[in-house]
Design a protein around this ligand. Structure first.
Ligand code: GSH
Length: 222
């Protein structure tokens, strides 16, 4: 049976990019439906009535929501080029760290981006502490997945895309290459991969977007 795959996403969402990369790695064809999250389509509301968020993968008419859930669905459905490790322990650890990335690391960096002064210093320190846990994971490895890009690389893909932009906008430093040689090298390796590069959101548009996101928080303090 011919597979029908659609991805509802935005041009910039790192969560949406996870899904795109996973489908590409599996060699699957899909249709992209670009959403405007300020004006959500009826289709998005129908497919994700619970969270009303992108990304949504629609496989033969059935929606799957939440990017990490979608990655697992893709990996379970198409066995070529496995994304998750095969051993149950390694698989559990990959899920653990992906959750840590979404629930701790990303929010800590975002807090630093939208704060100022002493509060920002504290947020940067928290973010650096979280990043140190991730640095450890890369010891002896090129990618989080080992020699090749896997589930955890896709889960952490936002770091390669967004950290340096946050640093530039807020004039802060999360990733000193001397303290984080492994993450710094991983960012180079990940972002240089042809498949990743193909969908890399343009830096100038990302700067514009994150600057606009930061602005209202700064006005509150002034
Ligand atoms: N945990 C979700 C996060 C997805 C998410 O935050 N999507 C944002 C775009 S980057 C969104 O759709 N926001 C719209 C809203 O929250 O109303 C995932 O991994 O899929």
């Amino acid at each position: 049976m011919a597979e029908e795959l659609k991805v509802l996403r935005t041009w910039s969402s790192p969560f949406g990019l996870r899904v795109v990369y996973a489908l590409k790695m599996k060699g699957l064809e899909y249709e992209t439906i670009l959403e405007d999250i300020k004006n959500k389509s009826d289709l998005l509301l129908e497919y994700n009535p619970v969270y009303k968020r992108i990304p949504v993968l629609v496989h033969n008419g059935k929606p799957i929501c939440e990017s990490l859930v979608i990655l697992e669905y893709i990996d379970d459905t198409w066995k070529q080029c496995p994304l998750l490790p095969q051993h149950p322990y390694d698989k559990a650890m990959a899920r653990f760290w992906a959750k840590f990335g979404d629930e701790k690391v990303f929010p800590s960096l975002k807090s630093a981006l939208i704060s100022q002064g002493k509060e920002q210093e504290e947020c940067v320190a928290t973010a650096i502490g979280n990043l140190k846990c991730i640095e450890e994971l890369l010891k002896g490895k090129k990618f989080f997945g080992g020699d090749t890009i896997g589930y955890l690389d896709l889960a952490f893909g936002w770091m390669a895309n967004i950290i340096s932009i946050m640093e530039e906008i807020a004039d802060i430093k999360f990733l000193n290459a001397e303290i984080f040689p492994l993450i710094s090298e991983w960012i180079n390796n990940f972002s240089a991969h042809p498949m990743i590069k193909e969908f890399w959101p343009p830096r100038d548009r990302m700067i514009e977007k994150l600057t606009a996101m930061r602005e209202p928080y700064l006005k509150k303090v002034a």
